[in-house]
Design a protein around this ligand. Structure first.
Ligand code: ZN
Length: 286
């Protein structure tokens, strides 16, 4: 299934996408796509409900309603750095022996078509198309990488927007440059794993103002989603609904010579095969 949330920011309702034009409203049966939903086997009961409703024609058409992030605000957003061999090369860094972990504030999540706001004093706001992994069950100390498959609810497109000066030049942790408001556009939908043939063969792209910037594939990931979930579970408890941004392919603004950064009025468009597309307008600081 493909989960979506429609409606105004902060008041989205859960639906299930059927195709480009239609969806099934499940908001009378599901409170939200949140920890309680994923942690209580909600995905399984949802499948039955959606089959019943499509069979009886309880299907609606998408209008011009806002599309929100497909998951409620999670407990945590964990991010993996330098996880594409070709992106590590572009930044002149070596591929790490272990996944590089940083966090992003959970309140960075916005919808896939919402504005992205440049933070105050920013000079180096940058883009990162990424495969997001959503956790499906409480997960701790997994014994094997294979067990991680059972811990994943689905995959989602994310833009790990980053302020490079805050991230790199202001000392301390990368989180400083990753947690500004609106810095994690998410969606348009969460797709469950059985609907993706091979999560390690998905094309991914990002354009700014119609200019091609990122082109890549999940095939060049250093640590795959299962390895990452197993690895992280050795250090912390992952909760249902938690989001992991798994790293970005080449073509970030920092990697160009000279570097290219975002300004108010710029438009980012991005996508991953099977996960839909996003479009954000960049707006000025508060
Ligand atoms: Zn990233």
């Amino acid at each position: 299934v493909k989960l979506m949330r429609l409606g105004p920011s902060g008041a989205e309702r859960p639906v299930v996408r059927i195709d480009d034009t239609t969806y099934v409203d499940v908001s009378d049966a599901v409170t939200d796509y949140d920890e309680a939903f994923f942690g209580s086997g909600g995905l399984e009961s949802l499948r039955t409900l959606v089959e019943e409703r499509t069979a009886t024609g309880r299907v609606e058409s998408f209008g011009d309603e806002r599309i929100g992030a497909p998951i409620a605000r999670p407990h945590q957003i964990l991010c993996i750095g330098l996880n594409y061999s070709d992106h590590a090369a572009e930044t002149g860094q070596t591929v790490p022996d272990e996944p590089i972990l940083f966090t992003k504030s959970p309140n960075t999540i916005v919808g896939p078509y919402d504005d992205v706001r440049i933070p105050r004093t920013s000079t180096k706001t940058d883009w990162e198309v990424e495969l997001g992994v959503v956790i499906g069950r409480r997960t701790s100390y997994l014994d094997s990488v294979d067990e991680a498959r059972e811990a994943i609810a689905g995959f989602v497109l994310v833009n790990d927007v980053s302020e490079r000066a805050f991230q790199i030049e202001r000392s301390g942790q990368w989180s400083k440059g990753k947690s500004a408001e609106t810095f994690n556009p998410t969606g348009p939908w969460l797709v469950t794993p059985e609907e993706i043939d091979d999560v390690l063969a998905l094309g991914m792209w990002l354009d700014v103002n119609g200019v091609s910037r990122q082109r890549g594939s999940t095939a060049t990931m250093v640590f795959d989603p299962y390895f990452i979930v197993h690895h992280l579970s050795q250090f912390m408890v992952l909760e249902p609904g938690d989001l992991i941004d798994t790293g970005t392919p080449p073509g970030v603004g920092l990697g160009f010579d000279p570097p290219v950064f975002l300004a108010a009025g710029d438009v980012m468009e991005l996508g991953i095969d099977g996960l839909g597309t996003q479009r954000q307008t960049v707006i000025a600081p508060r």
